[in-house]
Design a protein around this ligand. Structure first.
Ligand code: KIV
Length: 261
């Protein structure tokens, strides 16, 4: 029987660099696993990159269950962590545990939630209920509008307090989003669990990218992602090729026609 990578195994990778990626469906979950990535996050960036919302606050628990379960079905060994969406864990510890439980029933190996000191109680409640948790500090998109938007965070004392609180609450890893690179390096040295950086520099234990940014499918490439691929152009060219074949009366079942660019 094949076992999924457990939270403890991820925690034990502290100090050994590893890549993680977001995915939102079975096909890309399968591709990530085939690439040797064994921590996959079903992020609520789902809202922006797949569902077409302007922000992650529109994403529901049902959205996360459906897309999370799809990634789980497409994978066998990967640890699949599913994001708790906005307003599924803030109101009370009981609600946080119930929401996390629904994601576990959808197949999640763990859940991730945003916030440091102010969310430590929720993290501890979910961990005490037996569900592994990944923390997320720095820029926290669900409530970024309350703070300084998506600007890089450099408030050292606050970031360190957040990291310490997430560790004390029992998280097994923590995402550092858009954190000053020197402070991200300091936090990485300081805490005993892996830091997973996004836009936080190369000193984090691990890195995560939003899948569609990596593939060149988001309409723009964030400054912290090198242009690995431009699949948007490849997909558009492929669809145009198909549309031209059909418009010219060619059956798409017939062998490849000459590509026009
Ligand atoms: O929702 C998401 O994709 C995330 C990652 C950027 C860490 O939270």
């Amino acid at each position: 029987m094949i076992h999924r990578t457990r939270a403890a195994a991820i925690r034990d990778r502290k100090g050994r660099p590893f890549a993680t990626i977001t995915a939102y469906d079975a096909a890309f979950g399968r591709a990530a696993e085939a690439a040797g990535i064994d921590l996959i996050l079903v992020g609520d960036s789902l809202g922006n990159v797949v569902l077409g919302y302007a922000s992650t606050t529109s994403v529901t628990l049902e959205d996360m269950e459906r897309h999370g379960a799809a990634v789980v079905r497409g994978t066998e060994r990967a640890h699949v962590s599913i994001d708790l969406p906005f307003m599924s864990y803030e109101a009370s510890n009981e609600e946080a545990i119930r929401s996390a439980g629904r994601l576990i029933r959808a197949g999640a190996s763990s859940v991730k939630l945003e916030g440091g000191v102010e969310r430590a109680e929720r993290i501890a409640a979910i961990v005490n209920a037996g569900i592994p948790v990944i923390g997320h500090i720095g820029v926290v998109p669900q409530t970024a509008a309350l703070d300084r938007g998506f600007r890089r965070r450099n408030d050292r004392e606050r970031l360190i307090a957040d990291a310490d609180a997430v560790v004390a609450a029992g998280a097994f890893a923590v995402v550092l989003e858009m954190v000053d690179h020197t402070i991200a390096g300091e936090i990485t040295k300081r805490i005993p669990i892996p830091t997973i950086g996004i836009g936080s520099g190369g000193k984090c234990d691990a890195q995560i990218l939003v899948l569609y940014d990596l593939l060149g499918f988001s309409g723009f490439i964030p400054p912290f992602v090198k242009p690995y691929a431009n699949l948007a152009d490849v997909v558009t060219a492929t669809m145009r090729h198909y549309a031209e074949d059909v418009a010219a009366g060619r059956d798409p079942a017939d062998g490849p026609s000459e590509r026009k660019g």
